[in-house]
Design a protein around this ligand. Structure first.
Ligand code: PLP
Length: 474
């Protein structure tokens, strides 16, 4: 296929030059009416914000330019089939799980997974078999899911319909996909990989290879997170065999808007063309710049990068400072105009991409240096590591879907069944899953995060500042 083409983008441009009368939605009529003050900024994008007319095809029944754009993407991402997503990776995860599980079906889900995976299981009424992970004793980062644990759980729950995991994790840890795929396939079930943070994988020899290339059956990627596509633009890649592709499409139709955004879809078409043409060179350039930055960082002795003994994504960097909590250093960086992906009590997560510039890296290094030059080891609060999470009991979401919920003070919730996922956000990995017993140790950890400026989803703050949570009425 000719990867220099961008059929959807080209069709939008042709439409723009041909259109002389606009009698269709959206109401801004390609920008003919819009807020005056914001118009100069929005105008170019509004002219592309069209709908299923002329030669612009239809995402839900593609036969023209969207079909071609998805075919081109499948070739570049080495998939048998690719679907464009306009509801983020979330929509692809929901459709993958809904198409795999009937109510009551069991599904193995790594506890590394983002809330969207657990939401998918909840909507499907599936029974989640949570797969635990360990924490690295030095860094406190999550270790990859153990293939032995998955093997053991699949022997125990041999009627499970799929295995779902996240690779790479938010902090860049890559899972043992090849072994896990082999184990899932021995049981005749698909391995679904949330590859939200790994759309750049496989494009350069210094990067981990793609989940699909290692045997995964479905990989859902947030093209918008690491590649040059607009927010909410993702792709779902499929290896045929164990996946009911028609059923995935059926659920995508149900989940995604019937008015998918053309700017978002065109940005996917263009991100694919970029990766097929200039991507490798840009990866090589930025990988080199980031490697040099990492070396320079060693001259700031109060800063340490966290690693685990597993393959890691070089575009993620997790730092700990001897002088500041994660929140304090993030605040200092913000004062200097530097915004990062995540901070918690202990650490900071930086996300690089093909768009990272040398100027930004130099400025980051200088700012970090300034912050640490005159600093001194502070009385930092005693750091708490996230508690180790066990491989839990099966969670039958079909049974608790309609259970009544009660909002109670945290102190009354200990030992009760949580009616919500409780998690730090970001990263959005539930520490207590809906249906699990609320444990004091995990609540203490989440409270520490909340009190030191972090955002905790699932805690409902009252007017007096105290926190309540939803539990299931027993
Ligand atoms: C690991 C992981 N999976 C899935 C998602 C959801 O992706 P999206 O925002 O593209 O819907 C996120 C979002 O942060 C994530 O971090």
């Amino acid at each position: 296929m000719d990867q220099l083409n961008a059929p959807l983008w080209e069709a939008l441009q042709q439409h723009r030059s041909h259109s002389k009368g606009n009698f269709h939605v959206p109401g801004h009529k390609a920008g003919q009416v819009f807020d005056h003050a914001a118009y100069p900024c929005f105008s170019e994008l509004l002219s592309l914000d069209l709908t299923e007319i002329g030669q612009l095809d239809d995402l839900h029944a593609p036969t023209g330019v969207i079909y071609e754009a998805q075919q081109l993407a499948a070739e570049v991402f080495a998939a048998d089939q690719t679907r464009f997503l306009v509801g983020g990776t979330t929509s692809g995860i929901l459709a993958s799980i809904l198409s795999t599980c009937q109510p009551g079906d069991k599904i193995l889900v790594s506890r590394h997974c983002h809330q969207s995976v657990f939401h998918g299981c909840w909507l499907a009424g599936a029974t989640v078999i949570p797969v635990a992970y360990g924490l690295d004793p030095q860094s406190g980062l999550e270790l990859p899911t153990s293939p032995e644990v998955v093997k053991y759980l699949l022997e125990l729950y041999s009627d499970a319909k799929a295995v779902v995991l996240t690779s790479p994790t938010y902090f860049g840890v890559v899972q043992y996909i090849e072994q896990l795929a082999e184990i899932a396939h021995c049981h005749g079930i698909p391995l679904i990989v949330d590859e939200a943070h790994g759309a750049h994988f496989g494009f350069h020899h210094e990067l981990p290879s793609r989940a699909l290339a290692q045997g995964a059956d479905i990989a859902i990627q947030s093209t918008h997170k690491l590649l040059p596509a607009m927010t909410m633009s993702s792709m779902l890649h499929i290896k045929e065999g164990l996946v009911d592709v028609a059923n995935v499409d059926r659920y995508l139709k149900a989940i995604q808007s019937s008015s998918p955004s053309y700017p978002l879809m065109a940005s996917l078409d263009l991100a694919r063309r970029y990766m097929a043409t200039e991507g490798k060179a840009q990866l090589a350039k930025t990988l080199e710049q980031i490697a040099v930055f990492r070396q320079r960082l060693q001259s700031i002795s109060a800063l340490r990068e966290l690693h685990v003994k597993a393959e890691m994504d070089p575009y993620k960097m997790t730092l700990v400072s001897e002088y500041y909590t994660g929140y304090e250093l993030a605040e200092r960086l913000e004062e200097a105009g530097i915004y990062i992906e995540l901070a918690d009590v202990e650490k900071l997560l930086f996300v690089f991409s093909l768009g990272t510039t040398q100027t930004e890296l130099d400025y980051l290094w200088t700012t970090l240096y300034q912050c640490h030059k005159s600093g001194r080891a502070q009385n930092k609060p005693k750091l708490m590591r996230p508690p180790e999470l066990r491989a839990g009991e099966p969670l039958p979401y079909a049974e608790c879907r309609n259970d009544q919920r009660l909002l109670v003070p945290l102190s009354q919730a200990i030992g009760q069944r949580s009616a919500d996922h409780l998690m730090a956000y970001p990263p959005g990995m539930p520490l207590i899953l809906m249906g699990e017993t609320i444990q004091q140790e995990i609540v203490d950890y989440l409270l520490l995060l909340a009190h030191s400026g972090g955002s905790v989803r699932g805690f409902v703050q009252q007017d007096d500042g105290s926190y309540h949570v939803y539990i299931f009425k027993s």
